[in-house]
Design a protein around this ligand. Sequence first.
Ligand SMILES: [Zn+2]
Length: 297
Amino acid sequence: MEQNTKLLDIHACPLCAGDNFIHFLNTKDFFFTQEDFSLYKCADCNFVFTNPVPTSISKYYETPDYLSHNTNGKGALAWLYYLLREINIKRKYQLVTKYCKQGNILDIGCGTGELLNFFKKNNWLALGVEPNLTAREFAANKYLIDVFEENKLDEFDHGTLDVISMWHVLEHVPDLHRRLSKVSKLLKDDGTIFIAVPNIDSPDSKKYKKYWSALDVPRHLYHFTPATFEHLISKHQLKLVHAEPMKFDSYYVSMLSEKYLKNRLYFLSASYYGYLSNLKAKRNNNYSSMIFVVKKD
Ligand SMILES: [Zn+2]
């Protein structure tokens, strides 16, 4: 590998702690550094993970694009971005309120706080955790939301939260079991957890393989399937109650993947393959990204 970053070999499967791995594929950080990375699959539990991983991940987040895009863009694309963001927020709110009409929500990885602001406007107590300082300050100043650093998770009272959400966050978290054990403890007995992750078993993942943009190595440490996700939560006395597709994601992910393939007609191709992925995924609820609705077992 042509890179000067220090890498750490994984010796135990992050899900089951087994040590029997099969090489899965080679890919690279197409989004930012162009450095090479590999994925391995555990022979015991089928969990797919990035291996080796950088000992220090911060430089891989230093791109300005990564901070949920600019909040002051203009023009048609910016307009489309805001429109989709609004639709997404409303859809998440509708899903959450199917399980809890009102209460408190902790959004882990809340970014600049737009989703929490929507809950707040609907009379929820909205709390956020966000590792990025700029995003944290933006959410606090613009929306007057309490947004904390990650270590604050250790200070919340156990059994006090109605809703905990992690939208495209869990695949980034270094200590998977510690995080799940923590959210499980913070949740009320009848509370609900919403976890959105990309699905490496989806039709668009199978089409694009190493170019599938949702691999997003090395920022994504794990590459879930509905089956491995369910296995993971079962280790924390949690159960899956519903799996909701994120149908826009197949288009967005396909568009970025086509760009990585240097397809100049990426918009056209992505429209077709995004649509095709959703069509195929319908058979077994195996979409590009899924929102898993989780409760205590
Ligand atoms: Zn395993």
